[in-house]
Design a protein around this ligand. Structure first.
Ligand SMILES: C[S@@+](CC[C@H](N)C(=O)[O-])C[C@H]1O[C@@H](n2cnc3c(N)ncnc32)[C@H](O)[C@@H]1O
Length: 250
């Protein structure tokens, strides 16, 4: 039986692993068997070619550009930004560009499992969003100068896809839980969260959690997402004050 998010959370709590409800659910992940197909698609793709000429580190830049065009994520009220699943760093490049254009000083932190250099104007922490230490490191980063909450959380995190729909979906739901827990603690009231997710059985569970956390919630599939992927983005704007317990409560 595949457990729902609430059951996974209950199991994590019952394990005595700690009171912080991060879900350390590695069992469903499998090594990617799709890298050959991915490489082939990459070399033929128009967005990949465009990314090269526009000096973006990856084609993912165009997804954020499209989302921003529609939902206006960056403004002069946006100072602190976290980019989860940062590597290779194209979303952060877009965030830096947008903030420069607005002429507003910002602090942008990229976070990823894998090590990666930060583009000028940003910072990077290597860490796993499913680990409490990473959450603490991110909190520490934003309390270094004047302690300020985060205005915008971006998450383009994706676990290695296995090709098994349910597995990929549940791995994605875990990453979304990690991003939402971080947002509960760190994102200011009124702030926004953009998250990638793989569609599947728990879409409604995810939507309900986002609707608890934000006044407005939208779903979007940017054109830059390739058709064959079941990836979607969920965007929450105007965050409510909410505890992690309230987020995961029935
Ligand atoms: C699609 S890539 C992100 C692309 C990026 N947005 C860009 O613009 O270049 C997904 C990233 O999520 C990261 N990731 C996957 N699981 C993660 C986790 N548990 N914690 C942090 N990062 C994770 C992967 O290492 C990978 O670099």
């Amino acid at each position: 039986m595949i457990l729902g998010a609430t059951s996974r959370l209950a199991r994590y709590r019952a394990s005595g692993a700690g009171s912080h409800p991060l879900i350390l659910w590695g069992g469903l992940r499998q090594k990617s068997n799709s890298s050959g197909r991915w490489l082939e698609r990459q070399s033929n793709d128009a967005h990949t070619k465009q990314a090269k000429t526009e000096y973006y580190r990856s084609r993912a830049a165009y997804k954020l550009i499209e989302i921003d065009k529609k939902y206006k994520l960056f403004s002069k009220r946006t100072t602190n930004i976290v980019d989860l699943g940062f590597a290779p760093g194209a979303w952060t490049q877009v965030a830096i560009e947008r903030m420069k254009k607005l002429g507003h000083k910002s602090r942008i932190l990229g976070v990823d499992l894998i090590s990666c250099s930060a583009p000028q104007g940003s910072h990077f922490i290597q860490g796993d969003i499913l680990s409490r230490k990473t959450h603490q490191d991110i909190q520490q980063f934003f309390s270094e100068e004047e302690a300020q909450p985060v205005d915008l959380v971006l998450s383009d995190m994706m676990a290695n896809t296995s090709g098994i729909k349910d597995n990929d979906h549940f791995a994605s739901m875990d990453l979304c839980d990690g991003a939402m827990i971080l947002s509960c603690h760190l994102l200011k009231e009124g702030g926004s969260l953009v998250m990638k997710f793989y569609t599947g059985k728990e879409d409604q569970v995810l939507l309900k959690k986002m609707q608890k956390m934000f006044k407005k919630v939208y779903r979007m599939k940017p054109d830059a997402c390739r058709d064959e992927l079941r990836e979607m983005y969920i965007i929450g704007v105007r965050k409510n004050q909410l505890t992690v317990q309230e987020l995961f409560g029935e």
